[in-house]
Design a protein around this ligand. Sequence first.
Ligand code: ACO
Length: 379
Amino acid sequence: MFTSRIIGCGHCFPKKIVTNDDLAKIVDTNDEWIFSRTGIKERRIAGANESTASLGAEAAMMALRAAGERPEDVEAIILATTTPDHPMPATATKIQAMIGASRAFAFDVQAVCSGFIYALSIADGLIRGLGKRGSVLVIGAEVMSRVVDWKDRSTCVLFGDGAGAVLLKGSEERADGGRCGILSTHLFSDGTFYDSLFVDRESSAPEGRGAIESADRESSAPNNHGTIKMNGRTVFTIAIEKMTEVAALALAENSLSINDIDWLVVHQANKRIIDVVVERLGIYQVTERIDGRRHVAQAPSCTQRTAQAEQRIDEPANFRGLDTEKVIVTLESFANTGAATIPTTLSIAHNDGRLKAGDLILMVAMGGGFTWGAAVVRL
Ligand code: ACO
């Protein structure tokens, strides 16, 4: 059976680091508030010469180099972004030109922070459905800093800029019969939450003004891109609910339990959201290791009973379960980079040697819309 495998990963962040203390100089906030509520310490912010396309192109080239593939052999480029360089054309075409992927077709996907999972699912469909033999670049890239209201302390502290990319290639399944590549993707949205997280530009809203009036208004507007407006509490509650649900569904549809997963890559919006999702999925907190024994502090809350977990503490050799070391967290240094959080996290963990061939990864994301989704991938 034909499948799509990740054969290379890449990432790129702007050089400029903005710490929580730096933000405290422009809005009424402090490091303690931001870190305790979000887990974020610092973020990267794009300079004047950096854009979604330039960051995405760097990440794409790194993925190509890692895979040993040439840009001219890329068959498709799918860019997930909320912050395209221009409303038209697709920023993916700009990346195509920048990297010299002359044979590819390229387009953007807009599903906010779930965009990378959506793009991965489309790429998998292209490869498997159409039997594409060439490689497909799936990129998540954002300059969230350009849609953030830098006077709004409740949102500006949350976001950062960056890009991540994976290169997918069609491949036959492993000779031993084990499945590898993208095993499944699961996509959902609920537009009744449209107003819970949005950028307040009304360019084509039907309830807005006509095109000419809109043009007049926008030409004199101080910021015609609009800025992020968010109901933080709603995002917090629904993100936990939907990401837990879709993660459980993805596991069930592959006849897997959380114990089978090597790595959990959750959208990097907020450490508190990740912690609750992790707890609800029944992931163990291993606090110390003494003589090779694993000591479990936080019993799984929904998939296994506390008694079973305690029994396993005395049987370290047989202990199975995903401990929190398997939950990859990058938001402390990079904050929420929208559609880029999952591919950048994958690339960072691949580069530092955590992700290895054969590892089973569960990716879960949620974003404005609301959109949410999951992917189960065997490297
Ligand atoms: N520094 C200091 N004080 C602040 C800040 C700040 N940066 N931001 C808000 N406050 C204040 C508020 O003004 C409020 O003050 P008040 O009580 O005097 O009115 C107080 O802190 C509490 O505000 P809350 O909104 O109740 O704070 P809460 O504990 O809910 O945390 C937060 C806010 C962190 C935004 C939380 O709701 C959250 O994490 N939501 C999820 C948002 C998110 O992750 N969005 C990312 C995009 S969506 C996605 O990627 C899935």
